[in-house]
Design a binder for this molecule. Sequence first.
Ligand code: FHN
Length: 452
Amino acid sequence: MNFKPLLSMAALTAALGCALPAHAETKAEHDARMGWFREARFGMFIHWGLYAVPAGEWNGKKYGGGVEWIQSMAKIPTAEYSPLLQQFNPVKYDAEAWVSLAKEAGMKYIVITSKHHDGFCLWDSAQTDWDVGSTPYRKDLLKPLAAACAKHGVRLCFYHSIMDWHHPEWGDKAPWRGNAATAKPDMDKFTAYLKAELDELLAYQPGILWFDGEWEGAWTHERGVDLYDYLRKKSPSLIINNRVDKGRNGMAGFNSDSKFKGDYCTPEQEIPASGLPGIDWESCMTMNDTWGYSAHDQAWKSTEMLVRNLIDIASKGGNYLLNVGPTGEGLIPAPSVERLQGIAAWMKVNGAAIHGTSASPFPTAPEWGRCTTRTLPDGNTRLYLQVFKWPAGKLVLPGLTNEPIKATLLANDASLPIDQDGGHLSIHLPSQAADPIATVVVLDVKGAAKVQ
Ligand code: FHN
């Protein structure tokens, strides 16, 4: 069952969330363009760059939080930060291994930081020498990733920071940057540089351009609109997140007004209480407390929590963009690998309950877990009842009034008896859950799901 927007798409987005392009693209064209993103439900975020070398420590001081910000946290002038160019040599980088790990975990797309706030580019750009071409490694880091993604059918996408602490024309000059040589930065020159970088990145045919760093005053709504239109003209199938413009509400990530551009909303480090029907969104989250690699951040979330986040997000009609921060040598940290392998084990059995599903028909999450849905070819509905807390005896489905067809365990297709009493459906369960993280009960019902 697809959650049909209660209002027309235009009216809904005008009221609530990320703006649809308010011009030529029809709803059908927009739906077609967003199709793979909605099917995917799960992607890998990769924060990688020079900041992986200091790994959260500078001049003997350890920093917490997102240590990809170390240049700002430690107020490192460009002249003192630049020597990192000579220390970044990811000789252990193995794009094939990274993509295989993502694919096994059920991640259908990868978003890698082509450039983060420090301005360092992971490819050998003709626009600047502040890139991998100036490191001992020299080679383009994006090219092998693009090849591995193409080989494994994973979409390659780029995170690209608008804010650029290195570029002399970026309009917000933090005093610590030490490159305020440009008395009055020229944001038109900067925007031309940004567009030239993005033209180079479009050659890799990314599925998404994931903008960030749009919040400083130097970037304006007008520049956001211009950049969105510029890129969509160049690449009509490209998806662009809402951080290209100025409309998101901070970490909540949902646009405040339909005038702002962006094809989907971007909650960060949080999961909205409920999805918004007809609004595309993606929660980006870390596995520990940092996006870029930290040698000392061991605050790792459990595999159970990561899987349940994925289920919770999918049950609300969103995508989960889960981050890894590779080391300066090019290795994904072992705790991240371990968790991705744990997710892979659960997804191997239960992936059908995530990929290609739509939001739950229940107005609030059932106390036993979450639910995702799929409209079957015959118009009936399949509900994936994802049970965190295994009840004794029966699973009660609050308010579901459809005529049941059958109930099974996803793990082994075992048939389960169904009771209908007092307008409520309940399913007889085996005494033991199949999986302590979440056991999926599949319930097929007649027609579109109806919940009182
Ligand atoms: O400042 C960035 C941060 O380093 C990280 O990239 C996150 C992930 O999207 N975004 C910004 C913080 O909101």
